[in-house]
Design a protein around this ligand. Structure first.
Ligand SMILES: Cc1ncc(COP(=O)(O)O)c(C=O)c1O
Length: 302
C-alpha cells in the first residue's frame, strides 16, 4: 500500500492494520466485482442516516442474492464505532467518510455462477477517512460536468444497485478528466438525465405555472436512490421550492437557473457548467448554497 491513507481497517469483526493483507485473491469481490457497498459520513463519532444506508445495502445485497448475516446493522454499527475510535475520528471535531464493502465471499472455483448448494460467507469490510472540506473553488466557482458517452438503461435491474462493479463510473470519470471537467453526468438511453458518477443531480427552474421548482430525475431514470436526494426532496417544501421528480432533459439542465449534485459524503455541491456552457449565470445559485447550509446545520457544520 502507498500513501498516507487510513491506519486501520475493520474486517470480518476485527480491527486490522491497514498495511497488512486482508483478502484472499479468490474473493469474488476482487475477481468479479461481485459485491455491494455504501458510503456515508460520521460527525463527532456519530453516523449520519446509518439506518437508510443499511437498508440500501440490504436491498443491493438481496437483489444479487448475497446473504448478509443476521443482525448486520448492529454488527456494522459496532464496527464503525471501533474503527472511528482506532483512527481517532470519534472526537468532537471528528468528520469521517466511511465505506462499508460487502463481497459475496471467496470461492476457489472459476466462473461467474456462485455455488447453488452452499451459501458463501460474505466478506465485510469497513474503512474510514477524515473528510476534508471541498476545495474552495468547488464552492465558489461550482463544478463543471460533461455528458458521459455511456448511456444507462432504466430497464437494467443492476444499474440502481450500489455494486462494487464500478467500471462504467471510472470510465465516465476518466472522460470528465480528459475534458477538464470535475465529473460526468450519465443520460438514459432516451437522452434523459440520470445522475453523476457519485451523486444525484438537481436543478432549480420556474415551472409553467410560475412556481419555482426543485427538480430531479425520477427513481426510474436509472439512478441510485440517494439518501441525500430523499432528504432534499423533503427539505424543498419547507424551504419554499416545489419538489419535482420526473424525466428531465439535458436542455432543461442547461436552461436551469441553478443546479447541484448531492451525496452523503460531499453534501450539496454547485454545478455551474455543462459541456463547457454556463448553467444560469455560471455561479453557484442561492438555493444551492442554502441547501448545503441547511443540511450542514442539521447534521453538523463543516
Ligand atoms: C452513483 C451514485 N448516485 C448517487 C449517490 C448519492 O447517494 P447518497 O446521497 O445516498 O450518498 C451516490 C453516492 O454514493 C452514488 O455513488
Amino acid at each position: 500500500m502507498t500513501g498516507d491513507g487510513p491506519r486501520f481497517v475493520w474486517i470480518d469483526g476485527s480491527i486490522r492494520a491497514a498495511g497488512e493483507p486482508h483478502l484472499t485473491v479468490f474473493d469474488r469481490g476482487f475477481q468479479l466485482g461481485d459485491g455491494v457497498f455504501e458510503t456515508l459520513r460520521a460527525r463527532a463519532g456519530r453516523t449520519i442516516e446509518l439506518a437508510e444506508h443499511v437498508a440500501r445495502l440490504r436491498a443491493s445485497a438481496s437483489a444479487l442474492a448475497i446473504d448478509l448475516p443476521d443482525g448486520v446493522g448492529a454488527l456494522l454499527e459496532t464496527g464503525i464505532d471501533e474503527l472511528l475510535a482506532a483512527e481517532g475520528l470519534d472526537g468532537a471535531d471528528g468528520d469521517a467518510s466511511i465505506r462499508i464493502t460487502v463481497s459475496r465471499g471467496s470461492w476457489a472455483s472459476r466462473g461467474l455462477l456462485p455455488p447453488s448448494d452452499l451459501q458463501l460467507r460474505p466478506t465485510i469490510a469497513i474503512q474510514a477517512w477524515p473528510v476534508l472540506p471541498p476545495p474552495a473553488d468547488h464552492l465558489e466557482r461550482g463544478l463543471s460536468l460533461v455528458v458521459s458517452s455511456i448511456r444507462r438503461d432504466p430497464a437494467n435491474p443492476v444499474v440502481t444497485l450500489k455494486t462494487t462493479s464500478r467500471a462504467d463510473y471510472v470510465y465516465a470519470r476518466l472522460e470528465a478528466r480528459r475534458a477538464g471537467a470535475e465529473d460526468a453526468v450519465f443520460l438514459t438511453m432516451s437522452g434523459h438525465l440520470s445522475e453523476s458518477t457519485t451523486a444525484n443531480i438537481f436543478l432549480v427552474r420556474r415551472a409553467a405555472d410560475g412556481v419555482e421548482e426543485l427538480a430531479t430525475p425520477a427513481l426510474d431514470c436509472a439512478i441510485l436512490p440517494g439518501t441525500t436526494r430523499s432528504w432534499l426532496l423533503r427539505w424543498a417544501g419547507g424551504a419554499g421550492l416545489r419538489p419535482f421528480e420526473g424525466w428531465l432533459t439535458r436542455d432543461e439542465l442547461a436552461a436551469a437557473s441553478e443546479a447541484f449534485v448531492c451525496s452523503s459524503v460531499a453534501g450539496v455541491l454547485p454545478v455551474t457548467r455543462l459541456n463547457g456552457h454556463a448553467i444560469g449565470d455560471g455561479t453557484p445559485g442561492p438555493w444551492t448554497l442554502r441547501a448545503r447550509a441547511d443540511r450542514d446545520a442539521v447534521f453538523g457544520s463543516r
